[in-house]
Design a protein around this ligand. Structure first.
Ligand SMILES: Nc1ncnc2c1ncn2[C@@H]1O[C@H](COP(=O)(O)OP(=O)(O)OP(=O)(O)O)[C@@H](O)[C@H]1O
Ligand SMILES: [Mg+2]
Length: 247
């Protein structure tokens, strides 16, 4: 049994059907990739899987347990975390504080930011260790607003990791990054992969094919192809949605 499964997900907004029928299974310990053209429904699919939207039909299971329609924070509490395509940071807070706020022990105290950030040295140490993991050592005290774009993307992953997820969803982590920052991010995700099950939406095929164990291609709200990177390399749909270029 896969760690996380979606069966027959259907989602519409008004008259527009965005997810026709999505079946996906993510194995524990693997990095699963999702690709597909703009507007295919990839982010919507993440939104349904992580509780932001309820599907009109279909089920989502975690470890065989039905979590369909649970509120996002309840899904996070079960060990599923995500980083967003559109960044989701507290700009006026330091990198360290952004991570501290996301720690489970701090969140359990209620969302009072000033209270959370005052003098909890254990939480600060844990947050600093997470920043080191995502390559932001030395940047702890810098306000999120002042970080470079690549650093902000790394910080977003740090914030997601702070919730200690068993499963991490990342939506287009390389969006807007240059070659050097993309290379650093590939290293980071390669390391995270050893400890965390990851599901990643990505347009950059070289990046995705270098990291993923399996890839699902979504088009017209359905999974139209699925397989290992080797199996998919010559798939015509994959070649058509190839934005990053394959080596
Ligand atoms: N909350 C919403 N209300 C109405 N329509 C929505 C909503 N969210 C998404 N859509 C529509 O669903 C379709 C799929 O969007 P989605 O963001 O899931 O695509 P995507 O595959 O992530 O594309 P991209 O690669 O550009 O990020 C789009 O037509 C979008 O306008
Ligand atoms: Mg998207």
């Amino acid at each position: 049994m896969a760690l996380f499964e979606a069966r027959g997900l259907h989602k519409r907004f008004g008259d527009q059907v965005v997810l026709e029928r999505i079946d996906l299974a993510f194995e524990a310990g693997k990095l699963s990739g999702i690709m597909g053209p703009n507007g295919a429904g990839k982010t919507t699919c993440f939104n349904v899987l992580t509780g932001r939207y309820k599907p009109d039909r279909g089920t989502v299971t975690l470890d065989g347990e039905d979590i369909t329609g649970l509120a996002p924070h309840r899904i996070v509490a079960r060990g599923v975390s995500r980083s967003f395509q559109i960044m989701n940071l507290f700009d006026e807070y330091s990198a360290l504080d952004n991570v501290v706020i996301a720690l489970p022990e701090v969140r359990a105290r209620g969302f009072s930011v000033t209270h959370a950030l005052d003098g909890d040295s254990a939480a600060q140490d844990r947050a600093a260790a997470i920043l080191e993991r995502v390559g932001l050592r030395g940047r702890e005290r810098v306000n999120a607003r002042r970080l470079s774009y690549g650093e902000r993307r790394a910080l977003e992953i740090g914030v997601a990791l702070a919730t200690e997820p068993r499963l991490l969803f990342v939506d287009e982590p390389t969006a807007g990054l240059g070659t050097a920052a993309t290379g650093r991010l590939a290293e980071l995700i390669g390391e995270l992969k050893a400890h965390t099950t990851i599901v990643m939406i990505e347009h950059d095929m070289r990046f995705l094919f270098g990291l993923a164990d399996r890839i699902s291609v979504i088009h017209w709200g359905q999974v139209i192809a699925e397989g290992t990177p080797d199996e998919l390399r010559d798939n015509p749909w994959v070649r058509r949605s190839n934005l990053g270029g394959l080596a």
